[in-house]
Design a protein. Structure first.
Length: 180
């Protein structure tokens, strides 16, 4: 917990900054995450924050609701839920995974979806280096399960000597060279 909370916090804050900079006229733009346009991706981030807040309180997995425009506030509530030591204990009743794995899943979502949103809306985005390193380590271990569950797409070829973030993006099915 001691090392993950700062990573989760910085990743959520960076993602919230990207979300806040999105203009309403950009909502219909495509994103590198082929399932979502900009508005749908922000809505997905709202759901991720709400769901991980519930999971951090050992609550149920929840369904995604309609777009609300309150991702930064939801992210703060999620971080509050995970700031409690008991949030890190045991296995999630709703997902059957260790709580530490869920925290790392959240980190990967924040790091990657912030890039998706920034790329789609013409914003600059650099993930926190420590968060990127942790997200990469976790994803290398979980990528096949992620593909089986539909969270990741087929890999995109990226040079072995490419920057770490490009390799992470390629591993989960994103083209680091994607442009709108």
């Amino acid at each position: 917990m001691e090392d993950m909370m700062p990573l989760m916090t910085r990743a959520a804050e960076r993602t919230a900054g990207v979300v806040r900079a999105v203009r309403q006229e950009q909502f219909g733009l495509s994103t590198p995450c082929v399932k979502f346009d900009v508005k749908d991706l922000i809505n997905h981030l709202e759901w991720v924050a709400e769901m991980f807040e519930s999971l951090g309180r050992k609550g149920p997995s929840i369904e995604q609701g309609p777009y609300a425009g309150d991702f930064p506030e939801r992210a703060e509530r999620m971080l509050s839920a995970w700031s409690r030591p008991e949030a890190w204990e045991g296995t999630s009743p709703a997902m059957g995974l260790p709580m530490t794995a869920l925290a790392q899943m959240y980190l990967v979502d924040m790091v990657v979806h912030a890039w998706d949103l920034a790329r789609a809306t013409g914003q600059e985005y650099e993930p926190d280096p420590a968060a990127l390193s942790r997200a990469m380590d976790f994803t290398e271990q979980m990528v096949e399960m992620g593909r089986q569950r539909g969270a990741f797409g087929p890999p995109v070829a990226v040079a072995d000597d490419a920057p770490q973030f490009d390799r992470l993006l390629g591993m989960i099915g994103r083209d680091p060279a994607w442009t709108p």
